[in-house]
Design a protein around this ligand. Structure first.
Ligand code: BV8
Ligand code: ZN
Length: 254
């Protein structure tokens, strides 16, 4: 896979690289994207309907079962070559990852600077007092309903530690993300359809600060006309090819 020259030039001269990732980053690990039809038990459910406070209020056990199914799925898969390429790149440049994903694949690939705009599957909290709640092991086989854990401090229902549609994003990750993008020499946007706001506004924010934006996505997306280069490839093919082309030796000090 040869890397488009303009993309390689930008990557070669970038000391500070910001990477905005979406569900497509984890697709080659086997995690379905938000827009993929849901599989198995959940094929008749619309993810954007389940990821809402209304769905939780209506039936916490169904929503909790869905999130525990996703926890089990993420635990069964591995980071892909794209996640690992970003970890390699961090040996030669300052790589800051801003992800919309709620999986832990960037962290499991060894990335240290990962900001979760939409929370994490692995950090449930009390829906009443907000304290952290231990994540129970998901059931062996997927179930349609599962009572959420109860908060040891106040007895409230534990809820997934994610940001639902209609909920505000956590302040600190948003500040970290906007600062990383403003300061970057290059923004890579990998595997996001750019549908969900305010995250989808980040590429144009970066460009308004003069930061060049490169998109890695096999498809045309809402963001494609807001980027300097749209590289039609996938995360697990494009990112390793780019990092290989940068010839980052194993002994490259950062
Ligand atoms: C907010 C966590 C202020 C949960 C997620 C009406 C009422 C209320 C709100 C709104 C409204 N209208 C609009 C809004 C705002 C709303 C929004 O943007 N809605 C959209 C649907 C229009 N946003 C919000 O509500 C946000 N909060 O605005 O607060 C507020 C408050 C009150 C009232 C109004 C406003 C909160 C949004 C966060 C939602 N939570 N996740 C969970 O995971 O369960 S979002 C979730 O969906 C993901 O985190 C991710 O962000 C998004 C999915 O998008 P992508 O990651 O882009 O994935 P997608 O499947 O779409 O695309 C995959 C891409 O990868 C594709 O382009 C594909 O081509 C590509 N790809 C595929 N394979 C590969 C690949 N790329 C590379 N390699 C491959 N192999
Ligand atoms: Zn509580």
């Amino acid at each position: 896979m040869n890397v488009p020259e303009p993309v390689l030039d930008l990557a070669r001269s970038a000391r500070r690289v910001a990477v905005l990732t979406g569900a497509g980053m984890s697709a080659e690990s086997g995690v379905p994207t938000f827009r993929d039809a849901q599989t198995g038990l959940w094929e008749n459910f619309d993810a954007t309907a389940l990821a809402t406070p209304a769905a939780w209020a209506d039936d916490p056990a169904t929503v909790w079962a869905w999130y525990q199914w996703r926890v089990a799925l993420v635990r069964r898969v591995q980071p892909n070559a794209g996640h690992r390429a970003l970890t390699d790149w961090a040996r030669a440049a300052h790589v800051q990852i801003v992800t919309q994903n709620v999986d832990d694949l960037h962290e499991r690939a060894g990335s240290h600077e990962v900001t979760h705009l939409h929370g994490s599957l692995f950090a449930p909290r009390c829906s009443r007092c907000e304290r952290a709640v231990d994540l129970p092991d998901p059931p062996e086989d997927p179930v349609a309903r599962l009572d959420p854990p109860s908060c040891p401090a106040c007895g409230g229902d534990g809820r997934p530690g994610v940001v639902w549609f209609g909920e505000m994003l956590p302040q600190d990750p948003w500040e970290t993300a906007t600062e990383s993008l403003r300061e970057a020499d290059l923004l890579l946007v990998v595997g996001t359809s750019g549908v969900v706001y305010p995250a989808a506004g980040l590429p144009s924010l970066a460009r308004s600060h003069g930061v060049p934006v490169v998109q890695i996505d096999p498809r045309e997306t809402d963001l494609s006309d807001q980027v300097d280069h749209a590289w039609r490839t996938t995360a697990a093919v494009g990112l390793p090819a780019l990092v290989d082309a940068l010839r980052i030796g194993t002994d490259t000090p950062r």
